[in-house]
Write a new protein. Structure first.
Length: 576
């Protein structure tokens, strides 16, 4: 037996990460994971970042993966180290983001004894990952790591969790027998026999709409060619914003609860919906009973077979990658003018623009976002992360998204406090890009301690903090649907965010006046170091809004809301 067979587990682990071309990892050390962390000592082939909290490490790794074609990697210790990562693990898995988490664990002989910093790790994560596995011996680790990266990145991408007991990580590779695991990749269908019929339906339709999800992000060039060649309007889910340039006349922007009114009406009036890489989640369809009643055909293309006919029944489906479908479909595409449909869409856009009310020199989140959208046009490569709340939905509305993966947000799980971590990861993945975190005070408060991490690693992201001293999205729901019983949604004792940033050694700005907005925004965007700008904004409602139990075309619309709830004279202040 050669000396090569006596490698330490930590050496095998580190070399396997190199083999999978891992360049950056996020880790937080502790007793059970120390043998693995020790492999990073004096090594410089893989960068590692230590966040203030494991949750933010998970979000940073997720932001890294969301904004690139890389896999996010997190290393944590046992017990609370792993439980602190449950939220980002579920977030990544729900949003189809490749994330591999390695957690330390107590030695196998102590598992199940409530040993110090023990938790039933794989039992906790098996329901929120694509694969969760506890390594039993050093010899199986190479295969386990290979499987982890393959599973995270094939089919519908997602999270994988590998638990590493300390007796394994402290062990030596001895080349003893073990049960070799072979991952069987899901097989896609050959849809060539369906293609002619499906394309005839699409070509002949009078009111088609492309409803596009994250699964199409890597096929954006094919999508754009397909949409323009076929002359079909495009609406997207949140994660697919930018997959089709929203400045293009065929764009309907985002669909759903806070999507554009014209996208929602178009879906409801369409006779043919082509769903590409989208899954008909509740925030995009309203109620399934009332969804797209005029659609004679719903065509669904998805890599995950379990998503097909899960919520909305399709008339035709293809279990395959969107890119494969688009590539084979393009030769069958026929241009159709559809004059009446085009006229109807333009009428909807004119009648129901995304709008808000100006209040003199006071600023609103929408006005900040409009100015941000205006000024970022001169930059070539911009990524924007968001927290969760009104600021997130308003960013979806008032920023014109131009390329895929430009927005980094928590879609399915809706995690507050994720934006700073997302932005850090995105900046590490895209060092030459401008990365902006658009956050709300409630969301930012949850992980504001990560200002320390920004300073420690000098990660030059820009935090645009919308401070309205409120959990405003939830507060609006209290006013609309709970008879105005406002409970636990006021942030009356927010910190001085400028002083908070400066206490961490980070440059800080504040804007509370509309006339100062362009100048301060310009300074904010042209700061080449970590910077926070607090925008003191007025409380507002995000419209349109599809209320609970309502159909997509039963929205609370801008003019209807102010006619019913406010003095009609205020409408005179609406900007043209």
């Amino acid at each position: 037996m050669t000396s090569l067979l006596y490698k330490r587990c930590s050496e095998i682990f580190y070399n396997k990460l190199l083999e999978h071309q891992v360049k950056n990892v996020w880790l937080y050390s502790g007793g059970a994971i120390m043998p693995i962390v020790d492999a990073f000592h004096k090594q410089n082939k893989i960068n590692y970042f230590v966040n203030v909290h494991e949750q933010s490490a998970g979000h940073a790794a997720t932001g890294y993966a969301k904004s690139s074609n890389e896999t996010g990697v997190v290393i944590c210790t046992s017990g609370p180290g792993l439980t602190n990562l449950v939220t980002p693990i579920l977030d990544a898995n729900n949003d189809s983001t490749p994330l591999v988490v390695f957690s330390g664990q107590v030695s196998q002989k102590h598992m199940g004894t409530l040993a110090f910093q023990e938790c039933p790790a794989t039992e906790m994560t098996k329901h929120i990952t694509k694969w969760s596995y506890c390594v039993k011996q050093v010899e199986e680790l190479p295969d386990v790591i290979d499987n982890a990266f393959q599973i995270a990145n094939t089919g519908k991408k997602g999270a994988v969790h590998i638990d590493l007991p300390k007796d394994v990580t402290s062990g030596i590779y001895r080349n003893v027998p073990y049960n070799k695991m072979i991952y069987k990749q899901e097989c896609y269908e050959d849809f060539s026999h369906k293609l002619s019929e499906i394309m005839n339906i699409i070509n002949d339709s009078e009111k088609p709409v492309l409803y596009v999800g994250k699964g199409c992000n890597d096929s954006h060039a094919l999508l754009r060619e397909f949409a323009i060649k076929s002359n079909i309007f495009v609406t997207t889910t949140l994660h697919a914003m930018g997959v089709f340039d929203e400045d293009h006349h065929l764009s309907l922007k985002m669909v759903g609860m806070h999507g554009s009114a014209y996208a929602n009406f178009a879906i409801q009036e369409s006779d043919c919906i082509i769903a590409l890489g989208s899954r008909f989640d509740d925030r995009t369809i309203g109620t399934k009973e009332s969804y797209a009643k005029n659609a004679k055909n719903i065509i669904h293309v998805n890599v995950n077979k379990s998503e097909i006919n899960k919520i909305i029944q399709s008339s035709h489906y293809i279990h395959n990658d969107c890119g494969a479908f688009l590539k084979q479909a393009l030769p069958f595409v026929k241009y159709k003018e559809r004059t009446n449909w085009k006229k109807r869409i333009y009428e909807l856009k004119q009648k129901h623009p995304l709008d808000y009310i100006c209040l003199g020199n006071k600023i609103k989140t929408q006005s900040v976002l409009i100015e941000l959208n205006k000024q970022i046009q001169k930059y070539e490569n911009v990524y924007i992360s968001t927290g969760v709340g009104n600021h997130m939905m308003m960013a979806c509305q008032f920023i014109n998204w131009k390329y895929p993966k430009q927005i980094i947000a928590s879609g399915s799980l809706g995690v507050m406090g994720c934006s700073t971590g997302y932005a850090m990861g995105a900046k590490i993945a895209n060092p030459d890009a401008m990365v902006i975190s658009v956050d709300g005070d409630g969301s930012f408060n949850m992980t504001s301690s990560e200002l320390k991490t920004l300073k420690e690693y000098n990660i030059p992201i820009k935090i645009a903090l919308m401070n309205d001293n409120s959990l405003q999205m939830v507060k609006i729901w209290e006013e609309l649907f709970f008879n105005g019983r406002v409970t636990a949604t006021n942030n009356t004792e927010n910190p001085d965010y400028v002083k908070l940033a400066e206490a961490h050694g980070i440059k800080a700005l504040r804007c509370d006046n509309y006339k100062d907005l362009p100048i301060i925004m310009n300074e904010f965007l042209n700061t080449n170091e970590p910077v926070l700008c607090e925008f003191v904004v007025e409380k507002d409602i995000c419209l349109p809004l599809v209320g609970p139990g309502k159909a997509l075309d039963e929205m609370i619309l801008f003019h209807d809301y102010y006619n019913e709830y406010n003095d009609k004279q205020i409408l005179n202040e609406i900007p043209s």
